[in-house]
Design a binder for this molecule. Sequence first.
Ligand code: ADP
Length: 290
Amino acid sequence: KLKMIFNGNQLANSILQTLRVTSKIKPKLGICLVGDSPASKSYVNRKLKACQEINVDAEVFNFSENVEQDQLIKHIQQMNHDGILVQLPLPLHLNKLDIIHSIPYEKDVDCLHMHNLQRILVYGELCEMLPCTPAAVLQILDYYDVNVIGKKVTVIGRSFLVGLPLSLLLQKRNATVTVCHRETLNLDQHIMNADIVISAAGHPKLVRNVKQGAIVIDVGISQGEKKGRIVGDVDIDVVKNQASLITPVPGGVGPMTVCMLMRNLCNIWKKKQGQPVYINPKLSDAYLND
Ligand code: ADP
C-alpha cells in the first residue's frame, strides 16, 4: 500500500531558498524562446519565476516560429549571460543539436551540450552541472534516502534530455539499470521486475502494474483527456495500491526540474567567482570506481 506521494512544490521551494543570491552582482540567465506555443511559454514563465525567487536576473529573447537557423545561432553567440538555454522543442526546420552546440558549453545551463554529456559520462554527479530532469530524479531519491546500490532500476525512455543521461547517472550510483524504449518487448515485465521504475516516455497509463513496494517516479508529461490537463505515464489509480512512493504529475518531478536549473545557474556563477560549487554531499568514495 502506498505510503507516500511526493510533493515536488514543497521540496523545490525549500531548495530554492537555499539558493537565494544576496550579493549585489548576481548571475544572469538568458532564455531563447522560438515561436509561441503555450506549453513552451508556460515553461519559460516557470523558469522566470524561479529566477525571481532566488533573486537572479533573467532575460527572454523571443524569436518567430520561422526564424532562420543562422540568425538564432548568431544571436546565441552574442549573448553575454552567465547561463544560456534554448527552450525546447524547436520547430522542425531548425537543427536542435547545432543550436545547442552554439552555446558555449560552460554556459549551457540545461547541460545538453555534447561536451557536458561527455563529462557526465566520465565524472557523473561530480560535475557542477547536471541535466535538470535527471538531477531532479536523483534529488528526489536522496530526499527519501533511497539507496540504489545493487537495486533493479527500470528507466523507460532513452532521450538525450532525460532517459539516456539518467541511466548513466544511476549506473554511476551502482544501480542495475534496464533502459526501455519504444521497441522494447515485454515492457510490463521490465516494469514488474524493478525495485524502482522511472518513466519518461510521455505516454499516459504506460505504467500499470509494479512490484509491491516499488518506488515509482513519473517523468512523463502528456495532455490528459480533459483539455488543458497534463498527465504522467503512471496509472496512479492502480499503482497507488502497489507502490511505496509515487511522484505525481503535475507537482512532482516538474517543479524539481526548474529548481535544478537554478542550481546549475548558481554553480556556473560560483565556479566563475572561484567559489566552491554545490556537489551532491551523499556521494560515496567509491563513486568513480569503474
Ligand atoms: P523526453 O525528452 O521528455 O524524454 P522524448 O519524446 O524525446 O521525451 O522521448 C521519449 C522516449 O520514450 C523515447 O526514448 C521513446 O523510445 C520512449 N517511449 C515512447 N513511447 C514509449 C512506449 N510506449 N514504451 C516504451 N518507451 C516509449
